[in-house]
Ligand binder design. Structure first.
Ligand code: ADP
Ligand code: TRP
Length: 355
């Protein structure tokens, strides 16, 4: 079988708090890497690529978006909502996303997504949503607390996976780089694509999630999954002193200085290798095996992270100071996204008997 000549990659982040190292390693970094890696394609496609300017070199279209309407489920203060959305945009740009080579947009600027959400809702068994993990976790918590099982649940939260399926399916995506907690949502998107295809004939591509073996769950300061909801994160763009303090708080085992450390069971090493070059990582691994103390190891981790983050941090602040420029970039991205979405949405409408 010939290798696929075109591949669509998509990932989104909801603006609900400070972007952290887990988000970066689990979702942002892999997507940025895919956007930089070329893949084979035909001459004919190459021509299309060059003309449209939409498919970046390499025959891979990479879509990055701010999942702001997913964020609305939680953030219902207008100023905070706006501010957090800009921060996600600035984060991606600061980390090297080139908006001229990828499709970079705000979810709420693409109305096609919401039309598809409704259509998919009508094909979604309610029971499937009852089993979605975020909703299930809240119900379990409520039951334990002896309150109404649906206390604090709005319909946005309940139908969250359908909106996410629309995000993914509208662009005929192949790959979705996300952390492990989002894998179920990508599977739901796949289920809904299959359900639609079964009912109306082949329409949607079936997406897969893409997860790194060691990066699916990045541990936080306390060793649990790094997550905004646990308050155990290392935000990406903290000032230097703060970053250093946070790194010093990373939980380590009780091996003493001079005792060999196990790099493969250490959050410090796991983070180090995501920010350092191969050679430097190898040397650090050696030091751990030879028994460098945790304090010293954390100082080295701070060094590599800080070196890597210094320039993005500066750029992030600069970008945030110019929201009009961010709006301009995102408006251009939304235009591209809507153009890419249009053929699928009209096919869907035709399939359901709308036209
Ligand atoms: P949070 O759990 O902090 O609220 P989000 O749900 O906003 O994070 O996640 C945004 C993206 O980052 C998703 O793709 C998610 O899977 C990924 N992600 C979040 N936390 C981690 C983690 N600790 N390890 C790996 N990936 C993560
Ligand atoms: N649900 C994802 C999260 O919490 C964000 C998201 C929304 C997303 N739509 C998406 C991720 C589509 C990948 C593809 O992190």
């Amino acid at each position: 079988m010939a290798a696929p000549t075109k591949e669509i990659v998509i990932t989104g982040i909801k603006p609900t708090g400070k972007v952290h190292v887990g988000n970066y390693i689990g979702a942002i970094k892999p997507a940025l890497e895919l956007a930089r890696t070329p893949m084979g394609k035909t001459a004919q496609e190459m021509e299309h690529v060059l003309k449209s300017g939409q498919v970046q070199e390499g025959g891979r279209t990479v879509l990055f978006f701010i999942a702001d309407y997913h964020g609305l489920i939680l953030i219902q203060d207008a100023r905070e909502f706006r501010e957090l959305s800009y921060r996600i945009a600035a984060t991606w740009l600061a980390l090297g996303l080139d908006p001229s080579k990828v499709v970079f947009y705000r979810q709420s600027d693409v109305p096609e997504i919401f039309e598809l959400t409704w259509i998919l809702s009508c094909l979604t068994p309610k029971g499937l949503m009852n089993r979605a993990h975020a909703y299930k976790a809240i119900v379990e918590r409520n039951e334990q607390a002896g309150v109404d099982p649906d206390a604090g649940v709005n319909m946005g939260l309940y139908t969250y996976p359908i909106l996410m399926a629309a995000d993914i399916l509208l662009f005929q995506s192949d790959l979705v780089p996300v952390g492990k907690d989002q894998a179920q949502h990508v599977e739901i998107a796949r289920d809904l694509a299959e359900a639609f295809n079964r009912q109306y004939g082949e329409t949607f591509n079936l997406p897969r999630h893409l997860m790194g073996e060691t990066t699916a769950v990045i541990p936080g300061l306390d060793g649990r999954k790094m997550s905004k909801s646990y308050g155990n994160t290392i935000p990406l763009f903290e000032p230097e002193e703060e970053l250093s303090k946070l790194i010093a708080r990373i939980k380590t085992d009780s091996t003493l200085p001079n005792e060999p450390k196990d790099p493969d069971n250490s959050s410090v090493f796991l983070l180090y290798k995501e920010f350092a070059e191969v050679e430097r990582t190898r040397a650090f691994r050696e030091k751990l095996l030879q028994g460098i103390g945790w304090g010293e190891a954390k100082r080295e981790l701070f060094q590599v992270m800080n070196e890597f983050l210094a320039e993005p941090r500066r750029k992030y602040r600069e970008l945030l100071a110019d929201p009009a420029e961010l709006d301009r970039i995102l408006a251009e991205g939304a235009r591209k996204a809507r153009e890419l979405a249009a053929p699928t949405l009209s096919k869907v409408r035709e399939r359901i008997g709308r036209r």
